[in-house]
Write a protein that binds this ligand. Structure first.
Ligand code: ADP
Ligand code: NI
Length: 212
């Protein structure tokens, strides 16, 4: 089967699987954006486009956050589907390698020269976690996890262990721009990063009355 046909078929399968996913930040439209960004990054990078696009499409097929930490489900779904379509073994193992290691939580260390497809899918996934879309996704996930939006520090001492969604920006989202592998992704990240800083500045300003 040719590249376009297999990608189109995979997209239909993943869309069907993720369409009514209960958390808006990890739904089909997140995967769709990561797929499109991957395609655009792939134009600037020497890589196997089929592996990169399939990796993007399958990267969140069963995120461990929503499977009680079980990481084998995503790998099995990916492998089963690709095998059933008679995809070459070396392509299957490269796509599974992406699904296994794409997550921020894994902190998988590698050289982007060795795995250019993983590097661009990871960059595309990370770009979708910053900027205006990243802000929207963080609060979507925060709402899903029943986290408060922002707990002013005056209140934090009394609500011990209550983690707010704003902390996630300092723990992860503000570090993303320095974790990207490709030059093109870094150029796209700049404006998104600045926008998050502006947003954080504004939200702190708006709730500053709490300190008086
Ligand atoms: P990855 O899928 O690369 O491991 P995550 O699952 O941590 O990355 O992040 C995916 C999306 O979920 C991002 O948009 C991220 O901001 C959001 N997210 C993850 N954890 C939190 C959190 N504790 N609070 C708010 N948003 C979160
Ligand atoms: Ni993702």
């Amino acid at each position: 089967m040719g590249h376009l046909k297999i990608i189109d078929k995979a997209a239909k399968y993943v869309k069907h699987k993720l369409f009514d996913f209960e958390e808006g930040g990890h739904d089909w439209l997140h995967t769709f954006r990561v797929w499109q960004t991957t395609r655009s990054l792939a134009m600037h990078t020497k890589c196997n486009k089929t592996v990169a696009e399939l990796g993007a499409l399958f990267h969140d097929i069963a995120d461990a956050k929503f499977t009680n930490g079980d990481e084998t489900i995503a790998i099995k779904l990916t492998e089963d589907w690709l095998q059933q379509e008679n995809i070459e073994k070396n392509i299957i193992s490269a796509v599974v390698h992406i699904v296994k290691h794409v997550s921020w939580r894994k902190q998988y260390k590698y050289d982007a020269i060795d795995y250019p497809e993983l590097a661009i899918v990871q960059d595309a996934d990370r770009l979708d976690a910053i900027g205006a879309i990243g802000i929207a996704r963080a609060f979507s996930y925060g709402g899903f996890a029943k986290r408060p939006i922002i707990v002013p520090s005056a209140e934090a001492n009394r609500l011990n262990d209550m983690e707010d969604t704003i902390s996630h920006f300092y723990e992860k989202l503000l570090h993303i721009k320095d974790s990207l592998h490709t030059e093109h992704a870094r150029s796209l990240a700049y404006e998104r990063h600045e926008f998050m800083l502006q947003f954080l500045n504004q939200i702190h300003k708006e709730i500053s009355y709490v300190y008086f």
